[in-house]
Each structure stands twice: as C-alpha cells, then as structure tokens.
Design a protein around this ligand. Structure first.
Ligand code: NAP
Length: 324
C-alpha cells in the first residue's frame, strides 16, 4: 500500500513514519533506536536539545555502517539547531557537534528548531532571575543563511524549518538559496493545521507532524487535559478497523500525505506504530477525524511563576500569534 514515503523538493525520499526521540531518556533511547531499526524504521528524528544524541549515536554505531546491517544511505536522519546557537558564527559548530554525537558524517535534514533566538552560550534555557528567557536579536534569516553553508559543505543534504508560521515560511522562501525542504510543526487530530498544510504544500514545502499522537507525556500535561489517544471517538474508529488508537491516528497522518514522527521507547508500540500500511481509512473516516480539530496546541508550555505567566510569546519572532 502506498504512502510509505514522501518525496521532498530536493528529490530525497523521506519515510512517512519516523521515530521521535524527545523525552526518550538516555538510558532508554539506545534500546528504542535498536528496536526501531530492527523493526523497519529508516527515519529517526533527533535534536541537540533532547540531550540524548550521544545515546542515539551508540545505537547507530551498532547497526549502521560498513559491515553492519544497514548502510548509512538507507537511513534518513534529522537533527535540529537549538535556539541558543542561532548566531551565524555558532551554526556550523552546533551542526558538527550533532554529527559527532550521532557518529555520522552528514545529516539528511537539519532544521532550525524554532524561529526564536535565545541568548548565545551553552545554557539551553538562559533565564533571568524571574524565570523569563533571555532572548537574542539574531534574525532567523541570518541563521538560515548560515545553515545554507552547511548544505554547500556537504554536512547536511537538506535544511528546513520547525515551528515556523506561514508568514515566516514565506520570508525564508523569499531569500533562500537552498529552499526549506520541510516545516516540522505540531499536528494531530486536535490541531489539524489544514491552512498551514495547504500553504506549505503550495510552495513545495513538506510538512512533518510532531507530537502526532498528542504528546501525552509532555512534561507540563496536567490531569484532566484532553488525551487524544483516549478520545472515545478515536477508540470507536480503532475498534471498527481492528487497530489501536495510535495506528488510526498515524494512518490518518500518512493518508493526508504528511510525514509523522511518533515517539516511543516501548518496543511493542514502536513496532505497532509502523504497522499502518496494510489498511486504509475511508474518505468518511478521514473527514470524521479531521472534524475533531479544536485548534489546540500542546506545545510550547506556558510557565507560571509567582502568579505571572512566562512563555516565549514575548519574543519578537514567536510564531503562534499569527492565525497560522
Ligand atoms: P507523541 O509522539 O505524540 O507521543 C509520545 C507518547 O505517546 C509517549 O508517551 C509514548 O509512550 C506514547 N505512545 C507512543 N506510541 C504509542 C502507542 N502505540 N500506544 C500508546 N501510547 C503510545 O509525542 P512527542 O514526543 O511530543 O512528539 C513526537 C516527536 O516529535 C518527538 O519525540 C520529537 O522527536 C518531535 N517533536 C518536535 C518538536 C519541535 O519543536 N520540532 C516538538 C515536539 C516534538 P512510550 O514512549 O512510553 O511508549
């Protein structure tokens, strides 16, 4: 059955389902990657900010390379540039650090994790005494130009954006020498992103859905918040197809032509999440799931301290003030 891959504007084929690694703690992520590669995953989504790329690298060293079960070319590997490394002088070193940690000589895709620059340095969340984040004034256009040099040098095959809105996407497209291959954004049945999806597609930018299962283990989830995989309407559809809620949601993503990167460290779930190519949702069920949209974002968090709310909404390039 089709939909196993999406072709990017660069001509690269990216597997429609990859393994996410955010919140996969170092002690668990190596086994998760090994389980994923052994069950057929060929797409891994990483980021410097997840703090586990060295452990991902340990697994890759066991399975990928000369004399191992997989050739490097068979794998699609993504990493991301963190907000504290946006200054053009910091970009190449940050990319090389990810390459070293992962133990590879190139990335298939390197994303700007957010359009917002934070204060330069090794502290991931540089903050003031009151908990608010210390920002930097590097514009994402200048960061993009530095990322383009990584393509020129052969360190990465393609570059892309993450968490960019439509206006920011267009600004990058208007100046790009190397066009963004993807925009990786939060997307699931409670946040279907139809307008952004159409906008990106019309411009040849593929969309990667992050938190595709609704990120039930996001650190700031509070009791009573809606849990996508426990939604009775999804469970009802799953029963009808003899599949799990996760499989229904992942199948919905791939049938929309979206790439998605469900995270799991549980081998049985890792396997299950890839078993979505042996059935098809009807048009009615695709539309039904689409109708669950509530434009609800789970990411990023709102931080409350001393009765005040802090979030990156104060940053001049915060992406989510625009309608899409
Ligand atoms: P997610 O993939 O929507 O959900 C992950 C959670 O679902 C984990 O708790 C996992 O549990 C559970 N799960 C996975 N498969 C399941 C199944 N078949 N049945 C029941 N539960 C299942 O959440 P996410 O981690 O937020 O997003 C996925 C990936 O997107 C991230 O890991 C990261 O790579 C990427 N991401 C990118 C950004 C960005 O800013 N670009 C932001 C967020 C996420 P177990 O692990 O315990 O099995």
């Amino acid at each position: 059955m089709s939909c196993t891959h999406v072709t990017l504007s660069t001509g690269q084929m990216i597997p429609s389902v990859g393994l996410g690694t955010w919140k996969s703690i170092p002690a668990q992520v190596k086994q998760a990657i090994l389980a994923a590669l052994d069950s057929g995953y060929r797409h891994i989504d990483c980021a410097a900010a997840y703090g586990n790329e060295e452990n991902v690298g340990e697994a890759l060293r066991e399975r990928v390379g000369p004399g191992k079960s997989l050739k490097r070319e068979e794998l699609f590997l993504t990493s991301k540039l963190w907000n504290t490394q946006h200054h053009p002088d910091d970009v190449e070193a940050a990319c090389r650090r990810s390459l070293t940690h992962l133990g590879v000589s190139y990335l298939d895709l390197y994303l700007m994790h957010w359009p917002m620059a934070f204060e330069r340095g090794s502290v991931m969340m540089p903050s003031n005494a009151d908990g608010s984040i210390r920002y930097a004034d590097t514009h994402y256009i200048d960061t993009w130009k530095a990322m383009e040099m990584l393509v020129d040098q052969g360190l990465v095959k393609a570059i892309g954006m993450s968490n960019f809105n439509a206006r920011q996407t267009d600004l990058i497209l208007s100046i790009a020498r190397h066009k963004p291959a993807v925009n990786q954004v939060e997307c699931h049945p409670f946040l279907t992103q139809q307008q952004l999806l159409t906008h990106c597609r019309d411009r040849g930018v593929a969309v990667v859905a992050y938190s595709p299962l609704g990120s039930p283990n996001r650190p700031w989830a509070s009791p009573g918040e809606p849990a996508l995989m426990e939604d009775l309407r999804i469970i009802d559809i799953a029963r009808r197809y003899g599949k799990t809620a996760a499989q229904i949601i992942i199948r919905w993503h791939v049938q929309r032509g979206i790439i998605c990167i469900p995270k799991s460290v549980t081998p049985a779930r890792i396997q299950q999440n890839l078993q979505v190519f042996d059935f098809q949702l009807t048009d009615e069920d695709m539309k039904l799931i689409e109708s669950f949209n509530r434009n609800e974002r789970f990411i990023p968090p709102t931080v409350e301290k001393g009765g005040k709310k802090y979030r990156d909404g104060l940053h001049p390039h915060f992406p989510f003030h625009d309608p899409y």
